[in-house]
Design a protein. Structure first.
Length: 56
């Protein structure tokens, strides 16, 4: 299972490079994304534009 997607599909057919990577800790508002449960595990699916900050 991927932790991040392939990047936004641009009008040119290419993918935009993501600013986050697997393992990054991020901050986001309480209204960002969509919460889902898969096989008992909880996930939040969100667009990169919903991320407020990447923590070091």
């Amino acid at each position: 299972m991927q932790a991040i997607g392939d990047g936004k599909l641009l009008n040119t057919g290419e993918r935009a490079k993501l600013q986050v990577k697997t393992g990054d800790e991020v901050l986001f508002t309480s209204y960002a994304g969509t919460e889902v449960k898969i096989n008992g595990d909880e996930f939040i699916i969100m667009g990169e534009e919903d991320i407020l900050a990447v923590l070091n």
